[in-house]
Design a protein around this ligand. Structure first.
Ligand SMILES: Cc1cc2c(cc1C)N(C[C@H](O)[C@H](O)[C@H](O)COP(=O)(O)O)c1[nH]c(=O)[nH]c(=O)c1N2
Length: 229
């Protein structure tokens, strides 16, 4: 035990109603943004605040396996955009016939429009190949990195910055274009920029691709399939 002075348990200060409202507002008003990005550069301090929020995400064994590759260069983003187009062509073939027209009408990325792209990676061997909390469930490092992405997404919303997650990209293309080593996993490719307008509901719901499921249908009591009366 090597606790330092000030490290003892302290009372948890409660949130005021306004603070609670702000937290829930960030959660409910966060959107996946594809097309509404402004050209304006995001100040370095704002980017760092958002990344600091990501860096304070929970992680298995406090592993903090993430890195953030900040991509601003237009030529690099153009190559990623090309890789996206090729990936969309492949994905289109897997979409059921009756949904193809709707799929093709969707805007699914803002790689060139957003002034900043961020590739979030996971170093699966950080602090050793195995570790606390990860011996039985091997992908906990990847899930920890997803927690960091969510923190980033929420903090960005509070900063007036929109984020769009683009997963229609082959990992090998991102790896080659961004020079990411083989041993580093790629978790998220994000388009990031200030926004002034956003949908109030998920764009995929507005465009009738999918609906939000009723929460009550997703909750079981004690055993899978058991619902409360
Ligand atoms: C892991 C992962 C991967 C993707 C996404 C999200 C997540 C969590 N989403 C965004 C997704 O469509 C969106 O979150 C939902 O439609 C819900 O909308 P809101 O995020 O609430 O606006 C997403 N959107 C998109 O246009 N292209 C994409 O490739 C992806 N990929």
């Amino acid at each position: 035990m090597s606790e330092e002075k000030g490290d003892e348990l302290a009372p948890t200060a409660s949130f005021s109603q306004a603070e609670r409202d702000a937290v829930y507002r960030a959660i409910y008003e966060r959107r996946d943004v594809r097309d509404e990005f402004l050209e304006e550069e995001i100040p370095r301090e704002t980017i760092l605040r958002v990344l600091q929020a990501a860096h304070h995400a929970p992680s298995v064994g406090f592993m903090q396996p993430w890195n953030f590759v900040l991509v601003r260069d237009g030529a690099i983003r153009a190559r990623i955009r090309e890789a996206f187009e090729a990936a969309v062509a492949r994905e289109t073939r897997e979409i059921p016939e009756e949904r193809q027209a709707l799929y093709r009408s969707l805007k699914l990325q803002g790689i060139m429009k957003a002034p900043l792209n961020i590739c979030v990676t996971c170093d699966r061997a950080r602090h050793g190949a195995t570790g606390l909390g990860r011996t039985q469930q091997k992908d906990m490092d990847l899930l920890s990195t997803a927690c960091a992405v969510q923190n980033l997404w929420l903090a960005a919303r509070a900063e007036g910055v929109g984020v769009g997650w683009v997963s229609i990209l082959r990992e090998e293309d991102l790896r080659a274009i961004l020079g990411i080593p083989e041993e580093i996993a790629i978790v998220a490719y994000l388009c990031v920029g200030f926004i002034e307008r956003a949908y109030r509901r998920p764009e995929l719901e507005v465009k009738r691709w999918a609906k939000r499921l009723p929460l009550a249908e997703l909750i079981f009591e004690n055993h899978w399939g058991e619902r409360s009366e």
